[in-house]
Design a binder for this molecule. Structure first.
Ligand code: NOJ
Length: 539
């Protein structure tokens, strides 16, 4: 049987935050030569696609999500020659590379913005969104960080709009020149051979043409999967506009002429129907969108069964769900599990064995823990904005303010700098046990790193797991999640025990074990799954 499914519907994604992965020159900041030196290990882990958070030229006020040159490498990270080498070496290892593309906004230090703000007559004026209005804001729009999106600028006595932080002015996609320029940026990278883009806050691309006020709402706190009702406002006119859904199709069409068959994965948020609008009615919009339900999981079998069923109902083939346990904006999932590695194994197994794309944040494969940097001392601009909010309070309210804490350096070995840097790391490595490092975990058969390695490789080698449909099964145990992956006559069955007690199940005759973890015993036709264990077999 020929595999006709697009490659990106079968891949697994590993996110690298370049600042924190591997420093090679001792300046305490990760860099491209550092990453190059770790590619063999990433390949050994079994990663198929690497997504890089931005390494373009940037003032670094939002650590790269404030770009000042889309086609240059920031000197902190290396040179264009390093980047070309990175693309080549990744491909040589049969992996794919995805770049982060911040289409919504630039840095306020970008030459386009400097020109734009210099005068109303400047040809770049309409690259951004300018309106009259100083003390009285042009309208009531609140940005995604909870402040007014309007920023007054004295030079021309007008305000520009930013849907994120004020130093990140939004580009004006109603200006055809902006579209053309940004398509040119995509072309630049696609011609270099990159395999796709992660599109930053793509839900924010278009704003209402007539700048209508947003209606009010009773909700205050946004959640990772819902920004469209927050800060007492329903963001009808500054997020998720139909024009943005349409634009998703334009971008997809634009990139699809490239021979590497690149894909787009969008950072968008909202209800399933909003997410589906970004994917297009004919699956002709964004290729994938991040689905953030796992960011606030409940550790119980029912939650995961419901999620699978919901995703099959809402995102059936040819759509492909994604399973995201963390990223550079969210509390690390191991901390959300109270540091419990056994439970982390269950969640990662779920992520890799379900139908969909697992997205793994660097360090999750070793159970890298959160830092405890207070909001006051945070480098993250969101922490700076909220520096007087005590960490315990933001933790209690489950709002994630200081993103430094999920961005700590990777733990490669047991040395002081954890093998990350010989200099002073830009964020502290923090206290850790040698057993938390990659080096030690590689030598321990049942370590989390080895578990992830098995999962990456299992998916890679199993067409059933990559292409197969999925069916949940009802069992007699509340703590047991059971589902099947089916391709033709072949079936892979997955048992995951979320409970504290041993569970007994029947093993069909002729079953072939694919993977087990956490303590499973097979006695004849019976299997005994210890607490937080998993068993995967093919029939
Ligand atoms: C979402 C990114 O994930 C986040 O890190 C960044 O601060 C904002 N977009 C602004 O680009």
């Amino acid at each position: 049987m020929e595999n006709k499914m697009e490659w990106w519907k079968q891949t697994s994604i590993y996110q690298i935050y370049p600042w924190s992965f591997q420093d090679s020159n001792g300046d305490g900041i990760g860099d491209l030569p550092g990453i190059l030196g770790r590619l063999d290990e990433i390949q050994e882990l079994g990663v198929e696609t690497i997504w890089f958070s931005p390494f373009y030229r940037s003032p670094g006020e939002d650590f790269g999500y404030d770009i000042s040159d889309y086609t240059a490498i920031d000197p902190r990270f290396g040179t264009m020659a390093d980047c070309d080498k990175l693309i080549k070496e990744i491909h040589k290892r049969k992996m794919k590379i995805v770049l982060d593309m911040v289409m919504n906004h630039t840095s306020d230090k970008h030459p386009w913005f400097l020109e734009s703000k210099s005068s109303k007559e400047n040809p770049k004026r309409d690259f951004y969104i300018w309106r009259k209005g100083s003390k009285k804001k042009p309208n009531n729009w609140i940005s995604m960080v909870g402040t007014s999106g309007w920023n007054y600028d004295e030079t021309t006595d007008e305000s520009y709009y930013s849907n994120f932080l004020s130093f990140q002015p939004d580009l004006n996609y109603r200006n055809p020149k902006v579209k053309k320029t940004m398509f040119g940026v995509l072309d630049f990278w696609l011609s270099k051979g990159v395999d796709g883009f992660r599109l930053d806050i793509f839900n924010s691309i278009y704003k209402d043409e007539s700048f209508r006020d947003n209606p009010s709402s009773l909700r205050f706190f946004p959640t990772p999967d819902n920004h469209d009702e927050a800060f007492f406002q329903k963001k009808l006119y500054n997020l998720n506009l139909p024009e943005s859904f349409q634009f998703a199709k334009e971008v997809r069409k634009h990139i699809s002429k490239y021979k590497q068959k690149p894909f787009l994965i969008g950072e968008v948020s909202g209800s399933d129907s909003v997410l589906k609008s970004f994917l297009g009615e004919k699956a002709d919009g964004l290729s994938l969108v991040f689905q953030f339900e796992l960011i606030h999981f409940k550790y119980q079998a029912k939650f995961f069964k419901d999620l699978l069923e919901k995703n099959e109902k809402e995102f059936p083939t040819p759509l492909t769900p994604t399973y995201v346990l963390g990223n550079h904006d969210q509390r690390r999932f191991i901390d959300r599990l109270g540091g419990d590695v056994k439970k982390a194994k269950i969640l990662s197994a779920f992520q890799f064995l379900a139908r969909g794309i697992p997205v793994v944040y660097y360090g999750d494969e070793i159970g890298r823990k959160e830092g405890r940097i207070s909001n006051f001392f945070g480098k993250d601009p969101i922490a700076k904005m909220n520096r007087f909010v005590p960490l315990f309070l933001s933790n209690l309210l489950e709002i994630y303010i200081n993103r430094d804490n999920c961005r700590l350096p990777m733990l490669w070995d047991e040395t002081d700098g954890a093998g990350f840097s010989k200099g002073k790391p830009w964020l502290p490595v923090g206290k850790f046990k040698p057993s938390e490092s990659v080096k030690v975990q590689k030598t321990v058969e049942d370590s989390l790193w080895n578990h992830y390695r098995q999962l990456f490789h299992l998916r890679k080698s199993s067409r059933i797991l990559k292409e197969g449909s999925i069916k949940t099964k009802t069992t007699n145990h509340v703590d047991l999640l059971c589902f099947e992956r089916i391709l033709g006559k072949k079936v892979v069955t997955v048992f995951l025990n979320f409970g504290e007690n041993q569970i007994e199940e029947l093993l069909p005759k002729g079953s072939q074990l694919l993977y087990q973890f956490g303590g499973v015993e097979v006695k004849g036709e019976r299997i005994y799954l210890k607490e937080h264990s998993g068993f995967v077999f093919e029939t």
